[in-house]
Design a protein around this ligand. Structure first.
Ligand SMILES: C[S@@+](CC[C@H](N)C(=O)[O-])C[C@H]1O[C@@H](n2cnc3c(N)ncnc32)[C@H](O)[C@@H]1O
Length: 292
C-alpha cells in the first residue's frame, strides 16, 4: 500500500467530486464563457484519478486531449484504468509537479483542488503558464473554505451553533500562516494570476447547492448523504482534551477551541439521513490568458 496520503483517498475523491458543479454549468463555462469550439490540448496538474478529464472531455470538441499529472502512483494507475475503456486521447504522468520538466505545448493548463496543498502555489502557476502556448489559458478551480463554511443551512439549528464563522476564519488564517497552505486560495488566485502577468482575468463561483431533503427517500438522496459524509460534514470530533489542545496549537484561545469543539460535536450528533441540509461548496474558478 502506498504511503502517499492521496493514494489512499481515492474513495473520498470519487464520492465527493459530484458536490461541486452541475454538468450544465460546466457546459456553460466551456461554450459561453471560454468559447472553446476547436479541439484543445489540456494538461491537468494534480489530476488525481482524472476527475476534470472525465467531466470535461465529453463536453469539449471532438479531438480534444487530456494529460493528467499526479504524484500519486495509485491515482495514476486508477486514472489509466478509468480511461482505458473511454474513447478520448489521454496521457497520465506519474511525478511531482514541482520537479517535472515543463513541456510548452498545451492550449490549457488547469487544476482542481490542487494549489491549496502547495507551499508555493505561485511557482506551480508559473509552471502552468510555461506549459501553455501564447494565448493559451490557465484555469484554476480552487476552494474558498470560509465561503464554503458560510454556505450551510441545517434545519432546526442556528447556523452559528454549528458553524462559528469568526473562529473558523481565524483558524484558516492561522493554519495558512503556520503551514503555508491556504484553504482560501480560491479567492487569492485572481491576484496571483495578475501578478504573474496573465491577461483577461476573471473569476466565477461553483454553481452547485446541494440539498438533502428530509421529505424524500431516493437512491440519489442516499448518494448525496454519503458524499456529504465523505466531505467531512457531521464528522465526530476527536477525543475532547486532545482536540482542544490541537485547536489551541493551531492558534485558537481556550474559549474559541471549546466553541469550535462544541459546534463539531453538535453537528456530528444531529446530522443523519433524516436531516434537512443545504450546502454549497463555493469553489472559485479563476482563469486568464497567457501572453508570451
Ligand atoms: C484534493 S486532490 C485533487 C485531485 C483532483 N484534482 C480532483 O479534484 O479530483 C489533490 C491532488 O494533488 C496531488 N498532488 C499533491 N501534491 C502534488 C505534487 N507535488 N505533484 C503532483 N501532484 C500532487 C495529490 O496526489 C492529489 O491527487
Amino acid at each position: 500500500m502506498s504511503e502517499f496520503f492521496w493514494d489512499n483517498q481515492i474513495e473520498y475523491l470519487e464520492r465527493t467530486r459530484g458536490l461541486y458543479y452541475n454538468d450544465d454549468y460546466l457546459e456553460f463555462l466551456i461554450q459561453k464563457v471560454w468559447r472553446i469550439n476547436e479541439p484543445v490540448k489540456i494538461i491537468d496538474y494534480g489530476c488525481g484519478y482524472g476527475y476534470l478529464g472525465l467531466k470535461l472531455l465529453p463536453m469539449l470538441p471532438s479531438g480534444s486531449s487530456y494529460t493528467g499529472v499526479d504524484k500519486g502512483e495509485a491515482l495514476i494507475h486508477k486514472a489509466k484504468a478509468v480511461f482505458s475503456s473511454l474513447p478520448y486521447p489521454t496521457e497520465f504522468i506519474w511525478g511531482d509537479v514541482e520537479e517535472l520538466p515543463i513541456v510548452n505545448e498545451y492550449d490549457i493548463a488547469m487544476c482542481h483542488a490542487f494549489l491549496l496543498h502547495l507551499n508555493k502555489p505561485e511557482n506551480i502557476i508559473q509552471k502552468m503558464i510555461q506549459s501553455v502556448k501564447h494565448q493559451g489559458r490557465i484555469i484554476c478551480f480552487e476552494p474558498h473554505w470560509i465561503a464554503n463554511m458560510a454556505n450551510y443551512r441545517f434545519e432546526g439549528l442556528a447556523q452559528s451553533q454549528i458553524i462559528p464563522l469568526g473562529i473558523l476564519q481565524k483558524l484558516f488564517e492561522k493554519d495558512c500562516d503556520q503551514r503555508g497552505k491556504d484553504g482560501n486560495i480560491g479567492i487569492l488566485v485572481p491576484a496571483l494570476l495578475s501578478q504573474l502577468g496573465l491577461k483577461n482575468i476573471e473569476c466565477r463561483v461553483s454553481d452547485k447547492v446541494n440539498f438533502l431533503d428530509s421529505n424524500v427517500d431516493t437512491a440519489a438522496k442516499n448518494e448525496l448523504y454519503n458524499a456529504l459524509r465523505a466531505e467531512g460534514i457531521g464528522q465526530l470530533p476527536g477525543e475532547m482534551t486532545e482536540t482542544l489542545s490541537q485547536l489551541m496549537q493551531r492558534g485558537l484561545t481556550a474559549d474559541e477551541a471549546k466553541s469550535q469543539y462544541e459546534a463539531e460535536r453538535l453537528l456530528s450528533e444531529e446530522f443523519n439521513m433524516q436531516s434537512m441540509l443545504t450546502y454549497a461548496p463555493n469553489m472559485k474558478i479563476s482563469f486568464g490568458t497567457v501572453v508570451k
